[in-house]
Design a protein around this ligand. Structure first.
Ligand code: UTP
Ligand code: MG
Length: 502
């Protein structure tokens, strides 16, 4: 295991020096695993070590020093598995004597993964802005389809969205006719008729074509409108200037909404899932395995499926299979869309938490090892059954769509992109392995930083090339994580614009 540090350093930067714990061994109570605890409760007010802020007596510097030292000598540093309750563990340890001051501490790499998540996940404001943007587009679409709904889906709502990610929205016409409100207007009955068209797909294309025109000519702040109607899933793409979001509008895409709900559930049932998915997404972006331009690359959606599958394969599993979630469903969860069974339990509280207590650090390393050695040529990834299946077709990477099971969500991925993924996964596993053995000198990057820097492959190949100064490399690292998020700054500007209008 890598060197561990006190949990108090919760804001430890990704590239900070590895700190050493120098407390006497008899006060370091340890047990494998980590504990996530809010140690801020342990913080004491400035200049008052024991008595708290209520005490108005001003102490001499030397008194504070003495008190602090004594307090430190009576304090223990505790390391315990994250599945064991802090309270119970303390009670158990108290058998050996009363414990009044303590710190829980956790893996620094675990800290780094959680920091990455906190820094880049969608903020409350950004999420609200996404719903507001959908609501503004809904107003435009309502000119043609009163009572329609425009709903966000994908990473904007599934818990895996990174600041700057696109806004996937879906024009829901199914609500039309369901609400009673629109049916009566005075004494009159209002009814919509859709003219006969050859297929559902043509109807979708016509609807999107007309909405696309409308957005292009009259949509406030909608620029760069492109109608991509021949795609497997027809869409209208545009930039919403006021919010700064790149938007993809689809219709007749209820299954995607359901898969967003499924991912939301997986992200919510165990706190490690989102941290691991974020890290893998950032790692893939930093190494250009993913791109904002469509092409032969792996998508974030595919990476998320890979992490879920990997977590289903742990022993004991960290995540349940989709088939199991289906067995937990009751009558109101039943959902069939276009003949596809999309039923699973919607009440998260009825899903039993996993018994598995593995650390994020271990899971990250194991993820790279698992996929660095996966038989992609033979096997398909399948979160419905949570085990490898024989590949039904010859695409280099096969990840079964969880609901439209005959579809491969990574059909676009080329052999060379898959190979690049495998090579980087192996190298990253190796780097994390070295982390355990080496104790880098003060100016070396370590932990997650070594994995995220685009230059990692070169720096690890022991070439004589002169390294850039650490400060520049740290800047590069953050740049690489934020690479696709020039929109972020636009979002901030946009937020003001929109809220002024609202
Ligand atoms: P995106 O490709 O936009 O992925 O597809 P994403 O999850 O939002 O991730 P980023 O942040 O934009 O990269 C949007 C949603 O469409 C559905 C999934 O629900 C996905 O989250 N989808 C996508 C499918 O059902 N099948 C696919 O092959 C692709
Ligand atoms: Mg998206």
């Amino acid at each position: 295991m890598a060197t561990r540090g006190v949990g108090l350093l919760t804001r430890l930067p990704l590239c900070a020096q590895r700190s050493r714990v120098l407390h006497p061994i008899h006060r370091l109570l340890t047990c494998p695993g980590t504990v996530a605890t809010d140690v801020r409760r342990e913080e004491q007010s400035f200049g008052s070590a024991e008595t708290g802020s209520e005490d108005r007596t001003l102490k001499r510097f030397s008194e504070v020093q003495k008190e602090r030292r004594e307090q430190a000598q009576r304090t223990v540093l505790i390391h315990c598995p994250n599945k064991i309750s802090e309270k119970k563990f303390l009670k158990y340890l108290s058998q050996h004597g009363p414990i009044s001051n303590h710190f829980f501490y956790e893996s620094i790499i675990d800290d780094q993964l959680n920091i990455l998540l906190k820094e880049f996940q969608l903020t409350e404001e950004n999420t609200r802005l996404r719903y507001l943007t959908c609501s503004l587009i809904e107003d435009v679409a309502a000119a043609y389809f009163p009572d329609c709904a425009v709903r966000p889906f994908g990473s904007s709502v599934n818990g895996f969205g990174k600041l700057g990610c696109d806004l996937d929205m879906f024009l829901d016409l199914d609500e039309i006719g369901k609400s009673d409100a629109h049916k009566t207007s005075g004494n009159f009955l209002m009814e919509f008729q859709v003219k006969n068209v050859a297929s559902e797909r043509i109807a979708t294309q016509k609807i999107l074509s007309v909405i696309g025109e409308c957005l292009d000519h009259f949509g406030p702040g909608c620029v760069g409108v492109q109608k991509i109607l021949n795609a497997r899933c027809p869409l209208v793409r545009f930039s919403h200037q006021a919010s700064g979001f790149q938007c993809d509008l689809t219709t007749n895409n209820r299954i995607a909404l359901k898969s967003s709900e499924l991912l939301y559930i997986y992200g919510a049932v165990d706190p490690r899932v989102r941290a691991l998915v974020f890290t893998i997404r950032c790692w893939a972006r930093a190494h250009s395995l993913t791109s904002s331009i469509p092409g032969a690359w792996i998508t974030n959606f595919s990476l998320t499926m890979m992490v879920i599958f990997f977590l289903q394969r742990r022993s004991p599993p960290i995540l349940p299979t989709l088939d199991y979630l289906k067995t937990l469903a009751d009558a109101e969860d039943k959902c069939i869309i276009e003949g596809h069974n999309c039923t699973f339990i919607c009440d998260l509280n009825r899903i039993k938490p996993s018994e598995n207590a593995e650390t994020l650090e271990l899971l990250l390393k194991e993820f790279f090892e698992f996929f660095g050695n996966f038989s992609f040529n033979k096997n398909s990834i399948n979160i419905r059954q949570g085990k490898e299946q024989n590949k039904p077709e010859s695409s280099p990477l096969h990840i079964q769509n969880p609901f439209e099971t005959s579809l491969n969500i990574s059909k676009n991925v080329s052999q060379s992109q898959l190979q690049k993924f495998v090579d980087l996964a192996r190298e990253s596993a190796w780097i994390l392995e070295q982390e355990d053995k080496d104790h880098p000198s003060s100016n070396q990057l370590w932990g997650l930083a070594t994995l995220l820097l685009p230059s990692v492959a070169k720096s690890m190949s022991h070439t004589k090339k002169k390294k850039k100064p650490a400060s520049e490399r740290i800047k590069n690292l953050l740049e690489s994580i934020r690479s696709s998020s020039t929109e972020n700054s636009k979002n901030t500007v946009g937020k003001r614009t929109v809220s002024t209008q609202a």
